[in-house]
Design a protein. Structure first.
Length: 293
């Protein structure tokens, strides 16, 4: 990955876990696992909490349908790692109910949700819930939570240069499905966990407001598009708007300017979370307006 800390900067308990699981599976740990186990108090814990509920909690949508929505988000954000991962997970979790390569195989309700989430992802300020007006409100909210999670993960995968190898694709996807996107609690324990409402609010607080290396005001500016000194301004903008365009050179320029990998990590995460939350909130407002007439 583009930040060495994501490969080698984990706490001792996480390093032992990564070493053990790699030895047992005989393949390297997937990059997404390394990301989630790095700085769990800042990102991993609240993101896993949100993801496990969104992807494997009770829902109007089947597990396979949620994987399909995740894959569709990955295609919109042009993330090869996530496209292949969730196409495979659609096959595993869906057990033939939906073909990831055939959009017509999705039931009409899923196609309506897919179209709504595409607008929320690409043009959130023009989100229109007309197409999902016939769905239960809870179903739309559940789809928005799936979209929130993968709007974050896709941007981070693109920015940090996730690589999908054949071994982790086979073993990692099956492990994610088998364990319901959950990790042993010990691996995610990192200081106090403060509750701020639902899981989405917990994530927003942890990334944008809780103490970290970068000042909260700078993280919030990276998330919302507020004014930042260069090169942060340009970098945060591309994370939010076109993360697939980030290259090794972008990270190298930040490092050459004296910014640490910890700082780059936090600004990247803040920008990704900010873009995802903006879409999530726009989707909720659009559907809430439609639902209340």
């Amino acid at each position: 990955m583009r930040l060495s800390i994501l490969d080698h900067g984990h706490r001792r308990r996480a390093k032992l876990f990564l070493t053990l699981t790699s030895a047992l599976s005989r393949v390297d740990s997937p990059d997404i696992v390394k990301l989630l186990l790095y700085r769990p108090g800042f990102l991993g814990h609240p993101l896993v909490e949100l993801t496990a509920d969104a992807m494997r909690g009770p829902s109007y949508w089947t597990a396979g349908e949620r994987e399909y929505l995740a894959m569709c988000t990955a295609r919109l954000l042009q993330c090869p790692f996530c496209i292949d991962t969730h196409a495979e997970l659609t096959r595993i979790a869906g057990r033939g109910e939906i073909d990831p390569d055939d959009p017509a195989s999705a039931r009409p309700e899923l196609r309506a949700a897919r179209a709504f989430l595409a607008t929320v992802t690409i043009t959130p300020d023009r989100a229109d819930a007309t197409g999902v007006a016939g769905l239960p409100e809870q179903a739309v909210l559940e789809a928005l939570h799936v979209n929130l999670v993968f709007n974050i993960i896709n941007r981070l995968a693109n920015a940090f240069g996730f690589t999908l190898r054949a071994g982790p694709l086979h073993s990692g996807t099956r492990a994610l499905h088998r364990f319901g996107y959950r990790f042993p609690r010990l691996l995610l324990a990192d200081g106090e966990t403060t509750r701020h409402g639902d899981a989405a609010e917990n994530l927003r607080h942890a990334v944008l407001e809780a103490p970290a290396t970068i000042d909260p005001a700078l993280r919030t500016a990276a998330a919302t598009g507020g004014p930042l000194p260069e090169p942060w301004q340009s970098y945060a903008t591309i994370v939010r708007d076109a993360s697939y365009k980030i290259t090794d050179n972008d990270i190298d320029r930040l490092a050459a300017g004296g910014h640490t990998e910890e700082e780059i990590f936090e600004v990247t995460v803040a920008a990704a979370v900010g873009a995802a939350v903006h879409g999530f909130d726009a989707g909720r407002r659009a559907f809430g307006h439609k639902a209340t007439g």
